[in-house]
Write a protein that binds this ligand. Structure first.
Ligand SMILES: NC(=O)C1=CN([C@@H]2O[C@H](COP(=O)(O)OP(=O)(O)OC[C@H]3O[C@@H](n4cnc5c(N)ncnc54)[C@H](OP(=O)(O)O)[C@@H]3O)[C@@H](O)[C@H]2O)C=CC1
Ligand SMILES: CC(=O)C(=O)O
Ligand SMILES: [Mg+2]
Length: 769
């Protein structure tokens, strides 16, 4: 039986699949393969030597113990507490599957812990508490406070969850947050804000029916009332029907608080003419008849998991005017608390908030709603199987893989915590905090942030040579959005504008200039310049005219060469070697330099420069020495003190082989040049990168593990960097082109917009201050 189903394309009325269904067997295999479950714990400190043990354990550990005893706040400095959240359940309301007990809830709780880590770099552990007794549960959790920076309660049924959460909030001095209540409410509110906007409704007059009156439903209703929804316009239903004033059966104080005066008694009656319907109940609770009876342009959030109250394809069969959302990943508009809890805790932990209050929840909801209205980057398009979502009925809420969530939501939450007085730590610079957050999720961001910051101070004119390409335009827009300078779009004006319009890209913004090579009044200057350079290399005047008129790489490179632009980025439509040879015709090598390619590999918090990844096929010893010098310069320019390892398959002569000879010779050449950086070799990659392996060669001249790796040939460089990139263990930027007299960067063919922006920023950075 498939666990996932197809999705609904409302506009076409057709039903299409977002992604392949998974079978029950696949789901079981996923969980059992390799190490069973989805989580493991990894130490953050070395534990390899006796000294490590003395520091981490007895006697060293006594020192932080005494420090914490003297000042409890230092637990945030010496332990995991400040970044550690417990996901705690008793399994009484596992998704919409009901009360299946604590043990059965473990896969969901492990999953929530993994999502904390994956999306917001919050460390988390799942704890399943095997009791339905409220007091026992509270007593079990309340004493765990010292271990954690926050408590995420999950899948505990109503009404017990309300008592548990409110008592724990009183008893504990860290945020206690029942995700099914508040996480769900925040995401549903964000989706609702946008759906109301799209259907032209006013919050104060919209009529909403919520099926389900448990944890998620009560919290959703409370939050939207706090946001200004008229209480009289909200009708709650449960298994007994409408919750009306005076009802006695199946009631509790939380339901009573939302009881309304109404003659409707059944869900069916309540839904007639309603504008919005929330399902937080059970699979199949909405019938086609009920959906038919809703107002025009209804908003239907069928949020029960794993199966919604009604499927999008069932709705599509009977109406084509609905905005439809579910809690599932395989349909558009996933209204699911995964969009909230990782980021809300991130923000709360970072300001050491005592609690997560209404101001923080509303701020998170508004930030989510706002994000859905922005143009989306390639990463999001990729998560949508290449269909770039655009704000509208099929995209009212960001997708979980949106990399912008990590900076947008925690900042909003932290700011609201500070403003509402629950923060115990101040974040004075929220802009810097947002940059730090991006780096937590994306290691490349940490490396590029310094570059961005510098370019912002000295903005540049960067020519985007392939500006008729959609991803290049997006990159140019992002470049100007980040205030990195002026983006000169090179191409035919009409083509650029038509493509931009079709893709929904707004080019009418400060910092964007379009230059059409055919009608530019600089053409004659560029032809003169290039003819002067090429006339003795077999080029006739008309050849050069053709190059300038028809070839954007030549035009762009000449713009940079003649000072009309500071830097250039190209490469998305042509292979690297072709683009490089185009550029080399127009721009010289910088005196005293060599042109090489340097890739930056970021893995597990380490940044490593690898060269030459682009130019020299099989360098001789002299060229290897040149590459080492150039790569060391790049590392230093990027703020790293170079420790250069000249790599081979052998280490200091063992095993002996002629292939290492060139590398050994290159080391001697560097000895003769008296260079101003550390280098050594020949050595194998593990010796270069692993301190313990290096210790076996006490004569090695490097003062620590290498951060610049000079490869013996381009094939080893290319194979190594591409393998690292594909295996997912690291992120690779580049190759960056260095050694030219003017600043040019060449991306990989088909590069994503985010890669092009990084390359444009690096090109701007390298063009000097
Ligand atoms: N998309 C998302 O992010 C989230 C979705 N959910 C989903 O919401 C649902 C409820 O979860 P939660 O609030 O935690 O659970 P609770 O057990 O706290 O509440 C369940 C509520 O649903 C009501 N209910 C159950 N079946 C029906 C039905 N057929 N018709 C009307 N009401 C019904 C119950 O009524 P009664 O009070 O009469 O027993 C109860 O009020 C689940 O399906 C869950 O997956 C929850 C959290 C997040
Ligand atoms: C998503 C979630 O938390 C639930 O369905 O319970
Ligand atoms: Mg849940």
């Amino acid at each position: 039986m498939p666990v996932n189903g197809p999705s609904n394309d409302k506009n076409s009325g057709k039903v299409s699949r977002n992604r392949a269904s998974v079978t029950e067997q696949e789901a079981l295999d996923f969980h059992s393969e390799g190490r069973p479950g989805k989580l493991e714990i990894t130490p953050t400190k070395p534990m390899a030597t006796q000294r490590d043990l003395s520091l981490a354990y007895s006697p060293g550990v006594a020192v932080p113990v005494l420090a914490i005893a003297a000042n409890p706040a230092t637990a945030y400095d010496y332990t995991t507490r400040g970044n550690m959240v417990a996901v705690i359940s008793n399994g009484t309301a596992i998704l919409g599957l009901g009360n299946l007990g604590a043990l059965a809830s473990k896969p969901v709780m492990e999953g929530k812990s993994v999502l904390f880590k994956r999306f917001a770099d919050v460390d988390s552990i799942d704890l399943e508490v095997d009791t339905e007794n409220v007091d026992e549960f509270i007593n079990c959790v309340r004493f765990l406070g010292p271990s954690f920076g926050g408590i995420n309660l999950e899948d505990i049924k109503a009404p017990e969850c309300f008592i548990i959460e409110s008592r724990l909030r009183e008893l504990m001095d860290i945020p206690v947050f029942h995700d099914d209540q508040h996480g769900t409410a925040i995401i549903a509110a964000a989706g609702l804000i946008n759906a109301l906007e799209l259907t032209g409704r006013d919050l104060k007059t919209t009529k909403l029916v919520c099926n389900g009156a448990g944890a998620a439903a009560i919290a959703c209703v409370e939050l939207i009332k706090a946001m200004g929804f008229n209480p009289a316009n909200i009708t709650l239903c449960d298994t007994k029907g409408v919750i009306y004033q005076g009802r006695t059966e199946g009631m509790n104080q939380w339901k009573s608080a939302h009881a309304v005066k109404t003659d409707s008694r059944s869900l069916e009656e309540a839904m007639k003419g309603a504008d919005v319907v929330f399902g937080l109940s059970q699979k199949g609770a909405f019938t086609e008849e009920m959906i038919r009876s809703l107002a025009p342009k209804p908003i239907i959030f069928a949020m029960a998991n794993p199966d919604p109250e009604i499927t999008p394809e069932e709705v599509a069969r009977i109406r084509d005017d609905a905005i439809m959302a579910t809690g599932r990943s395989d349909y558009p508009n996933q209204v699911n608390n995964v969009l909230g809890f990782p980021y809300i805790f991130r923000g709360a932990l970072d300001v050491r908030a005592r609690q997560i209050n209404d101001a923080m929840k509303i701020a998170a909801a508004q930030a989510l709603a706002d994000l859905a209205r922005e143009d989306v980057p390639d990463d999001v398009a990729a998560a949508y199987q290449g269909n770039r979502p655009r704000f509208g009925a099929q995209y009212i809420i960001p997708v979980p893989f949106d990399p912008r969530l990590i900076s947008a939501i925690p900042v909003a939450v932290a700011k609201a915590a500070m403003e509402s007085g629950v923060a115990q730590k101040d974040i004075p610079d929220l802009g810097a905090y947002a940059a730090e957050l991006s780096a937590r999720r994306d290691p490349i961001a940490a490396t590029t942030q310094g570059i961005y910051d510098r370019v912002k101070r000295f903005p540049k004119r960067v020519v985007f040579a392939e500006a008729e390409e959609e991803q290049v335009m997006r990159a140019a827009v992002t470049f100007t959005h980040h205030k990195l300078g002026t983006a000169i779009l090179l191409g035919r004006d009409d083509v650029i504008r038509a493509t931009a319009e079709k893709a929904g890209i707004d080019l009418d913004r400060p910092g964007i200039e379009i230059v059409n090579a055919r009608i530019s009044d600089r053409v004659d200057t560029y032809i003169d310049y290039l003819y002067e350079r090429l006339q003795r290399q077999g080029f006739l005047l008309r050849d050069v005219q053709r190059l300038i008129h028809n070839d954007r790489n030549h035009f762009a490179a000449t713009m940079v060469a003649t000072g009309d632009a500071d830097a250039m980025v190209t490469g998305t439509t042509r292979n690297y070697a072709t683009a490089l040879s185009d550029v080399r015709r127009c721009i010289d090598v910088k005196p005293g330099h060599k042109v090489i390619g340097v890739s930056i590999v970021v893995a597990r918090g380490r940044t490593i420069f690898v060269a030459d990844t682009a130019v020299h096929d099989m360098p001789n010893a002299e060229q290897i020495a040149d590459i080492a010098v150039e790569a060391a310069r790049v590392a230093r320019r990027m703020g790293y003190e170079p420790r250069v390892a000249l790599l081979a398959y052998s280490t200091f002569g063992q095993p002996i082989g002629e292939r290492s000879e060139r590398v050994r010779e290159a080391v001697k050449i560097l000895d003769g040049r008296r260079v101003d950086f550390e280098y050594d070799g020949e050595m194998a990659a593990d010796v270069a990168l692993n301190a313990h392996r290096m210790e076996q060669y006490p004569f090695c001249r490097l003062s620590g593990t290498a951060n610049v790796l000079v490869m013996p040939a381009i094939h080893s460089a290319s194979i190594a960097t591409r393998m690292l990139q594909e295996l997912g263990a690291s992120t690779v930027i580049g190759p960056l082109l260095v050694g030219l007299d003017k600043s040019v960067q060449i991306t990989q063919m088909g590069a994503k917009d985010s890669d092009i922006v990084n390359m444009a920023a690096i090109a701007a950075y390298n063009s000097g201050s």
